[in-house]
Design a protein around this ligand. Sequence first.
Ligand code: ASP
Ligand code: MG
Length: 279
Amino acid sequence: MFVFKFGGASVKNADAVKNIFTILQGYSENIVVVVSAMGKTTNALEKIIENFFIRKEKVLKEEFNQLKEYHYTILNGLFDDKDHEVFADIENVFEELAARLDTDPTLNYDFDYDQIIGFGEILSTKIISHYLQMSGLTSRWMDVRKVLKTDNNFREGRIDWDLSSKLVKEQFEFKKEQILVTQGFLASTINNLTVSLGREGSDYTAAILAHILKSKSVTIWKDVPGVLNADPKYFDDTVLIEKLSYLDAIELAYYGTSVIHPKTIKPLQNKNINLYVRS
Ligand code: ASP
Ligand code: MG
């Protein structure tokens, strides 16, 4: 089996989601698909969290509506049948988010942050899982919070490897389906409170799952051609680096290249799992 990770830019609109289907269609292997929140959703949720915390009701309402509209634009671009169950499913998630925003904040910002930030990944994975299923791939939606367990260090959860390994192996089983779709960036405490793994943490999720499931490889799908020798936002004569050792990749990530999240390499290196960065 393989692990594929699709970041926010790879799921930012209906066409991007359709492209994921096109990519997956080319494979007959079992694949765990790890997905981030759509486009800039995590940034939008961070604003919502700030305004939730200081009780700016009016702005909060506007930001909530914008987030909802953004997701419904994507839904409408993907599903012609307006009776498709995805619509009720997504409506429920937004109702749950609205109910959460209606409660009073606690005195623990990081705790509240994690209880709200995770909605982005829940939305994206539900939409994508339904879309793949409708398009003819067999897929199952998995709640990663049921299997990845951390301590109570909200916003930067530390993985309990023993417990998580046991739970992932028990539950991430391919039965009739070829594809399991799950959230990057999220985990939970043993009391089932959502914990996030740090911004841009979805690559790390892909690596953790690959490590535990002994995946052949991890592929991070991006909107750049692969790992370049410089950031193409600032240089136009960049060169594609075909191959990197784990050590070089760790150094690059450590010194701030935005291609790979720094924590991603170690779980792969320990099991000799190849990491591909593809467009
Ligand atoms: N959605 C989260 C973020 O934007 C996690 C990720 O994209 O890796 O930080
Ligand atoms: Mg991202």
